[in-house]
Design a protein around this ligand. Structure first.
Ligand SMILES: *Cc1c(COP(=O)(O)O)cnc(C)c1O
Length: 382
C-alpha cells in the first residue's frame, strides 16, 4: 500500500479545532478538586437536555451503558419483563444488541430499509405480527440518518411499543416528523435515548462517555440510581445497580465541543455534497440525500458497491492513499456471541454487510480532498 494521503479520521486533527476550550476545561476540572459528579456534569446535562428539547439528560460512562441502563430501568420499573422482545435493526453496531441481552431481554432483528439503512414501519409491523412478545423497539439512527417518520410513529403508537432511540451516531439531527412528546430532535423522539461520546462520534469526548435523554422523570431518577450502585441515598441501595457515572473531565470536554455541533455537522455535509457531485460510477450506489438537511448528520458517508466489488474498490482506494472503513463487516446476528439466538432470515442486512464502504467525512478531510477521492473512485476499473 502507498503512503496514506487521505486518512479516514485523525482525532488530534479534529480536536485541534477546540484546543483552547479543551485546555481550559481540563484545567477547570483539575483545579476544582471534584472528580466525580459536580458542576461540570450538571452543566453538561443541562446543555444536552436543552439541545434536544427534552426534560432530562443524565451523563453516564458509555453509550452501551446508556442503552443498558434504560432497558434495565424499564425492567426494574415493571414496564418490561425478562425475555420481552425488543426490535432492533440487524445492520446496527453490536452495542445496540448487547444492551438488550445485558438487560435480560430478547433481541428481535429486522432488516432495514436499504435506502435509509434504518428501520421501517413495515419492518416493525411484520415483526409484531409474528412475535406477540415484542414490547419495545430500538430505532438506531445509523450513520446519522434519523430512523423516524410518520409511518413509524403511527405504528409504534398503534402497537403501544416502548421506544428507546440509539442516538450514538446522530447528535444534532432533527426529524421532519414530531416525536411522541412534541420534540422532533433525535434523542427526544421516543421514551428514552442513548447517546455516545466515544472519541470518533460527531461530538467525541477524549475517552469514553455517554448520556441518557428522556422526558420521563421517573425513568430519569431510576437510571441515575442504577448508574450509582442502585443507591437512592448514601449507603442505601434499592437496586443491585452498576457504576456507570460520567467523569467530570469528560463532561467538561464534551461541553467544550457541544456548542459546535451544528457547525461540525454542516462541515460534514459540505464533504458529502462534494462526493454527491463528483462520484459517478456504475458499480457505486451513493447514499440517498434527504430533502430535509437536518434529517441527516452524516456520522458516516456510506456508499454501496454492487456485484461483489466492494473489497476491490477498497483496495483500489488504499492503493491510491485513501483510507476507508466498513460499518459493519459482520452483522450482529452473524457474531459468535449470538449464535444461540434463533436463526433469522435477514437478506438485506447480509447484503449490506458485503456492499457498504465508508468514505472519509470528518474534519480531517477537506472538501477538495473529498472531490479528489471521488475522482479516484471514478477511475476504478475492475
Ligand atoms: C458507538 C455506538 C454505540 C456504543 O457507544 P459506546 O460509547 O462506544 O459504548 C452504540 N450504538 C451505536 C449505533 C454506536 O455507533
Amino acid at each position: 500500500m502507498k503512503q496514506v494521503r487521505f486518512p479516514f479520521l485523525d482525532l488530534s486533527d479534529v480536536n485541534r479545532n477546540y484546543i483552547e476550550e479543551l485546555h481550559n476545561a481540563a484545567i477547570r476540572v483539575i483545579d476544582s478538586g471534584r472528580y466525580i459528579g459536580g458542576v461540570e456534569v450538571k452543566l453538561f446535562e443541562e446543555s444536552l437536555a436543552t439541545a434536544c428539547q427534552a426534560s432530562h439528560a443524565i451523563g453516564v460512562s458509555t453509550g452501551l451503558d446508556a442503552l443498558r441502563l434504560i432497558l434495565s430501568a424499564w425492567v426494574e420499573m415493571g414496564k418490561l419483563k425478562k425475555n420481552d422482545g425488543v426490535i432492533v435493526p440487524a445492520n446496527t453496531f453490536i452495542a445496540s444488541v448487547l444492551a438488550i441481552v445485558h438487560a435480560g431481554l430478547r433481541p428481535v432483528f429486522v432488516d432495514p430499509d436499504p435506502e435509509t439503512f434504518c428501520i421501517s414501519a413495515s419492518g416493525i409491523d411484520q415483526a409484531c405480527e409474528t412475535d406477540s412478545g415484542i414490547k419495545a423497539v430500538m430505532p438506531v439512527h445509523l450513520y446519522g440518518n434519523v430512523a423516524w417518520n410518520q409511518e413509524i410513529r403511527r405504528t409504534i403508537t398503534d402497537r403501544e411499543l416502548l421506544v428507546i432511540e440509539d442516538t450514538a451516531q446522530a447528535i444534532g439531527a432533527v426529524s421532519t416528523e414530531q416525536g411522541l412528546f412534541g420534540s422532533a430532535h433525535a434523542g427526544a423522539l421516543g421514551h428514552a435515548a442513548a447517546f455516545s461520546f466515544y472519541p470518533t462520534k460527531n461530538i467525541g469526548a477524549l475517552g469514553d462517555a455517554g448520556a441518557i435523554v428522556t422526558h420521563d422523570t421517573e425513568l430519569a431518577t431510576t437510571v441515575r440510581q442504577l448508574a450509582n450502585y442502585g443507591s437512592d441515598r448514601r449507603y442505601h441501595n434499592i437496586y443491585a445497580g452498576f457504576n456507570c457515572r460520567l467523569d467530570p473531565i469528560q463532561a467538561a470536554m464534551i461541553r467544550a465541543k457541544l456548542p459546535d455541533t451544528l457547525a461540525a455537522n454542516s462541515r460534514r455535509f459540505a464533504r458529502v455534497v462534494a462526493y454527491e457531485n463528483e462520484i459517478r460510477h456504475p458499480l457505486v450506489i451513493r447514499p440517498r440525500i434527504s430533502p430535509n438537511v437536518t434529517d441527516q448528520v452524516w456520522h458516516q458517508y456510506v456508499i454501496r458497491v454492487v456485484d461483489n466489488h466492494r473489497d476491490e474498490l477498497q483496495q483500489h482506494l488504499a492503493d491510491n492513499g485513501v483510507e476507508t472503513d466498513i460499518h459493519y463487516p459482520i452483522p450482529p446476528h452473524r457474531q459468535p456471541c449470538f449464535s444461540y439466538l434463533p436463526k433469522q432470515h435477514l437478506p438485506i442486512s447480509d447484503q449490506l454487510a458485503s456492499e457498504v464502504l465508508s468514505l472519509p467525512v470528518s474534519d480531517t478531510t477537506s472538501v477538495a480532498d473529498a472531490a479528489e477521492i471521488a475522482r479516484i473512485i471514478n477511475r476504478f476499473n475492475p
